[in-house]
Design a protein around this ligand. Structure first.
Ligand code: PMT
Length: 446
């Protein structure tokens, strides 16, 4: 089979089979297609991104079905929320079938609130896209209304908001609409379009919704901040395993999710990222180089072999102790209790910070008590530029969960990042790291 045939066969499978195939499997196919063809023909640019797609009452709502598919094609998880008027143009069932998730429509829906309530949806989203955004919904958004599900979610969310207007050209040109749009842009809302052309009503002018592919491209841009463009960033993640004998080891419950999300966010921000990971079962984020290690000793060696990073972020849960001696044979069970003598592992972060040069060093603090006090002690003791402290153990624990909350501290300052999905938290942390990194460089150069 030559390359062209492979692409054609892949396109055929995508076209005819994907509506029936589980979404994750579809994404695998995309990756396989990339490899078979020997070049990148499909990149999951929105992998791990949660897009809340708001559909409002406009004839362009028929294009939302295509938009859902296009967003999913590039890896996004799409949650559709519809206004009542939107349902006159496209059915929730259509969008539910395509997105593979229940579509939410009503604010006062006891069942929906019990599963994923409006506040939870507002927190869930990495990006809210309103496409199409009718003149009426744009006005309601500008007023900050919360009298239907979609407007309430927009009001309750800290996620970036993008609107793709779709309306008659005269409605778009109206001073009221223009004032509403200007107000939204002033508040940081991203305007996607509208396009100029022939309209469903026969008019010609500005007011057409952008095409789904154009909206997807703009959504992708939202995540590519470029705040770390060209920086060399080293991230450590996951647990370490310290051998007791050939079959047993000491370790902890770190899943690597926090560190992997940070590596992904740094790559999105334009950095050249190397991720040094302990044993985890996670896929390597796009555009990240990964080195796998097992023990603290190996992690230290890998970190030291990496020459002059601009920024180091140590999210790994390195074992503090290891057995003084590793038994060469499996230790046999004996009557009574057994003792294990332990010694300290090398402190990787402290070693990096000692020989830092211009490097910007970020540590983590995993605490079960006195979070801020203990984190500040680590900040000072290990001479860090910044520390991200989180609770571990118990219900609000950051270990092995999909969500976390961070208290980010630096000398004479700090900020709280409330509970959120780790991917989202990582992006916020990277924004702060970039800001502090720039501030440090400008102070040193002045
Ligand atoms: O992996 P997840 O399941 O997503 O969970 C995320 C997390 C809870 C592991 C993560 O958010 C976190 O807190 N990582 C740091 C865990 C830790 O070891 O904290 P610590 O307070 O014991 O260590 C302080 C700092 O020193 C850390 O940056 C750690 O990487 C570093 N350290 C610790 C010991 C050691 N021998 N060498 C080190 O470099």
């Amino acid at each position: 089979m030559d390359d062209r045939t492979i692409v054609q066969v892949t396109a055929w499978i995508k076209c005819y089979l994907t509506p029936f195939i589980f979404r994750g499997f579809r994404l695998r196919w995309a990756e396989v297609a990339c490899r078979l063809n020997g070049q990148v023909i499909w990149v999951a640019k929105l992998a791990n991104k949660r897009i809340l797609l708001g559909v409002t009452g406009s004839i362009a709502a028929y294009k939302s079905a295509e938009l859902v598919r296009r967003l999913m094609d590039v890896g996004a998880t799409v949650q559709v929320v519809m206004t009542e008027a939107a349902q006159a143009f496209v059915t929730p069932f259509t969008l539910q079938t395509l997105s593979g998730r229940p579509v939410h429509c009503a604010l006062m829906d006891a069942d929906a609130e019990a599963t994923m309530g409006h506040i939870e949806q507002a927190r869930w989203a990495d990006l809210i896209v309103i496409a199409p955004a009718s003149a009426n919904f744009t006005a309601r958004l500008a007023q900050g209304r919360a009298d239907d599900l979609l407007s309430a979610i927009c009001l309750a969310s800290a996620a970036p908001l993008a609107v793709a207007p779709a309306m008659n050209q005269q409605m778009w040109a109206n001073a009221a609409t223009q004032a509403n749009v200007a107000m939204l842009v002033e508040r940081g809302v991203t305007l996607l379009g509208p396009a100029v052309g022939e309209q469903a009503c026969g008019d010609v002018g500005a007011g057409r919704m952008l095409e789904p592919d154009q909206i997807v491209a703009k959504c992708t841009e939202q995540f590519e901040t470029g705040v770390l463009a060209g920086c060399r960033v080293l991230v450590t993640a996951g647990p370490t395993q310290e051998d007791i004998d050939p079959v047993r080891y000491i370790s902890n419950r770190s899943s690597g999710k926090m560190g992997f999300s940070i590596a992904a966010a740094a790559a999105e921000a334009g950095a050249l990222v190397t991720l040094i990971s302990g044993p985890v079962s996670l896929d390597t984020p796009a555009r990240v180089s990964r080195i796998d290690v097992r023990s603290a000793e190996q992690m230290l060696a890998a970190v030291q072999a990496y020459e002059a990073p601009d920024i180091v972020i140590a999210a790994a849960a390195v074992a503090d102790y290891r057995p003084l001696q590793v038994a060469t044979q499996k230790i046999k069970k004996q009557a009574g209790s057994a003792q294990l003598s332990l010694e300290q592992t090398p402190d990787i972060l402290a070693t990096i910070a000692e020989n830092r040069g211009d490097m910007f060093v970020v540590g983590f603090a995993a605490e079960t008590e006195h979070l801020e006090k203990n984190a500040r002690i680590k900040l000072e003791k290990k001479s860090l530029d910044l520390i991200a402290a989180n609770w571990v153990g118990g219900e609000r624990g950051g270990f092995d969960s999909d969500e976390n909350a961070l208290t980010v501290l630096w000398q004479n300052g700090g900020v709280e990042l409330p509970m959120a999905p780790k991917e989202k938290l990582a992006r916020l942390l990277i924004e702060i790291v970039a800001e502090r990194f720039d501030a440090k460089n400008s102070t040193e150069n002045s």
